[in-house]
Design a protein around this ligand. Sequence first.
Ligand code: NIG
Length: 381
Amino acid sequence: MTSTLVTNIGELTTNDPELGRLTDAALVFTDRVEWVGPASAAPAADKRVDVAGRAVLPGWVDSHTHLVFAGDRTAEFEARMAGQAYAAGGIAVTVDATRSASDQELTANLRRLVAEAVAQGTTTVETKTGYGLTVADEVRSARIAAADVDEVTFLGAHLVPPGADADEYVALVIGEMLDAVAPHVRWADVFCERGAFDADQSRAVLEAARAKGLGLRVHGNQLGEGPGVRLAVELGAASVDHCTYLSAADVDALAHSSTVATLLPACDLSTRQSLPPARELLDAGATVALAGNCNPGSSYTTSMAYCITTAVLQMRMTVEEAVTAATLNGAKALQRTDVGHLSPGARADVHVLDAPSTTHLAYRPGVPLTHAVWRAGLRQR
Ligand code: NIG
């Protein structure tokens, strides 16, 4: 495979524990990273790209999105901006639109959003089912997602469909629906929240998914304090996502676990919630990831840069912490060791900023800073 030398890198964020952050650096890759070091010592390669002092870092790992959907919820957003509260029930509007859409429409919408994300430096995407909520519609969503996205999560337990009995619906999710969807997905998730699934229902979903060999993720503590975080930690989930309202015990539980706390600040802003207590989590020693949560209801953005800017300007994270959270720790939330860093051997997911350092992600809020992107060594932009 063709090798590419990226040289004249002003600042290279490797996320490698030994290499750290280098200045005046170079990088050689094929589909994998082959070599990293000082520009003066770079080996020859088939192609040479001079990035003229720009910053280079791993592609974003967006570990939480909901991209299999149809329609949008502009009216709900407008009502929210006029003072109405966000509630889980809005999901049903997207369920109706998604069930009515063709496979081609769902695939086209998903590809549009993935392309939008990649153009902004995202090279790994997780996405979920959860707008189907029947056996056939959940399988269809999983199949469509798996055709285009790295990591797929079963979220049949997103909402009890309007009119359904909650216990009967949970029995369907952990029985026939799980059996049918499991072959298409790596993960299972549950929306453990007031208005969605309570602790017992969530535990039933997660235990059934684990017995089926799926990894676990949880939507928890989005709209208020609740049992989601502690359930996720107890069951060894890879990640608990949202974490907007945490008690001291929740922070402590996360700090003493391997469960990643995945924060979704674009969602908190779009739903007019508080921002998550990132500083408390980091200071306690928890692993914090940042993700975009792109979906038509609570967070209609594919911009990881926006999440980083918010994390730094409003959540008291340092730029380095925020960049790590959006790359290496996103990979940890997906239990991936091949992405989120630029150590030799990693997948060649390379993001060049039109800026001399990652500081500009917060210093120049709202400015599109992606200059070039390679995914597995292939130029995307
Ligand atoms: O992560 N919280 C649950 N699910 C999505 C929202 C989905 C929707 O409102 O359509 C979220 O925010």
